[in-house]
Design a binder for this molecule. Structure first.
Ligand code: TXA
Ligand code: MG
Length: 330
């Protein structure tokens, strides 16, 4: 291999030094890149909100290297939470639990619960193990923007505002973790992801509730979230075909993200992006594709609707949020 293995440990130590000194380190996880700060350092956590321009009422997920550390951050941990942790951690799952008294209010946005996750990416694991404490980390993007799935995307989003970006390649999952609130009986999925409600139900032997009726804060509840700046719209397959047939000349090209085998006319005005028919591959490419298109001068991005099957729940949720009208933003 290249010289990376030699330099790598010193980069992890540099990252840990920055965390210990109250700085910000962006790091790869298997879902998306996170913007990390020492979760026990109030000033450091405040920097996350400043840099992202994130409102203070959005709580942060605390990342740990091992389940052994759960009792340091949460209390009254239900058996079901341990079962899910054993089944899916390290991995793309966040459990919301009752918070331990010492957890800073700035981390949990004054709530009595805390979101905890043990990521799988080798660099995230190395960083967390070497640091030893909890790392508060939202996705490393500006508020309402698309989450970054490469180090380059983190640089574009936050660049010089952060102390170090650890390069870890393209994130394997590509979509943020599934968040499940374990303080409810039965548990409630607050944000769907690639670990599906079905997979969770199989482990717990019960039916979790998918999407609470908005009586509590739901992650990404802003109308516009995970959004490109180019106008982006969700269209059914029939509508997409009809748009293609009736395309009038526009100044700028339109990008179409399609899964169906639709025949496209040759036109400079059309950018056709063939997406996978498989949810895992679709998720892996979605944010990177939207981000790349957002760099081009386009009239709009049209996304063909995806299947209703449970393994597409997370993808449908993010497409819905990325295509919500900006006028609805609160
Ligand atoms: O995959 C992920 O979860 C990534 C990587 C970096 O781990 N992180 C991520 O963080 O997506 P963020 O901050 O962009 O989204 C986390 C969501 C927020 O919308 C927040 O409202 C919700 O998690 N959240 C955090 N703590 C919570 C809590 N105690 N109760 C309810 N929601 C919570
Ligand atoms: Mg985010």
């Amino acid at each position: 291999m290249s010289s990376v293995p030699e330099r790598y440990p010193s980069l992890i130590h540099k990252a840990v030094k920055i965390l210990n000194e109250g700085g910000l380190v962006a790091f790869p996880t298997e879902t998306v890149y996170g913007l990390g700060a020492d979760a026990s350092n109030e000033a450091a956590v405040r920097k996350i909100f400043q840099v992202k321009k994130r409102p203070h009422h959005h709580p942060l997920i605390v990342h740990l290297s091992t389940m052994e550390d759960l009792p340091k951050w949460a209390i009254d941990i239900p058996e079901a939470a341990l079962k899910l942790g054993q089944a899916f951690w390290p991995g793309p799952l966040t459990l919301v639990l009752k918070k331990h008294a010492h957890v800073l209010n700035v981390v949990t946005a004054q709530q009595q619960t805390i979101g905890l996750r043990i990521p799988k990416h080798a660099i995230a694991q190395d960083l967390l193990k070497t640091f030893g404490g909890g790392v508060a980390a939202p996705s490393a993007n500006r508020f309402t923007h698309i989450s970054p799935t490469t180090a380059q995307a983190v640089y574009e989003e936050l660049g010089s505002k952060i102390d170090l970006i650890l390069e870890g390649g393209a994130c394997q999952v590509g979509l943020e973790s599934t968040i499940i609130d374990m303080t409810h009986e039965p548990p409630v999925i607050l944000r769907p992801g690639m670990i599906t409600a079905e997979a969770i139900n199989r482990i717990l032997g019960l039916n979790v509730i998918y999407r609470h009726k908005m009586t509590q804060r739901v992650p990404g509840m802003h109308a516009v979230h995970y959004a490109p700046t180019t106008q982006t719209r969700l269209v059914q397959t029939d509508e997409m075909i009809s748009i293609l047939q009736n395309l009038k000349s526009t100044d700028l090209p339109i990008a179409f993200l399609v899964r169906s085998p639709i025949v496209f006319p040759h036109s400079k005005q059309i950018i056709k992006i063939q997406m996978a028919n498989d949810a895992t591959r679709f998720a892996h490419h979605l944010y990177h594709t939207l981000r790349t298109l957002d760099h081009q001068q386009l009239q709009s991005i049209l996304i063909e609707a995806v299947p209703e099957d449970p393994e597409w729940d997370g993808i449908r949720d993010r497409i819905f949020k990325s295509t919500a009208s900006r006028n609805e933003a609160s």
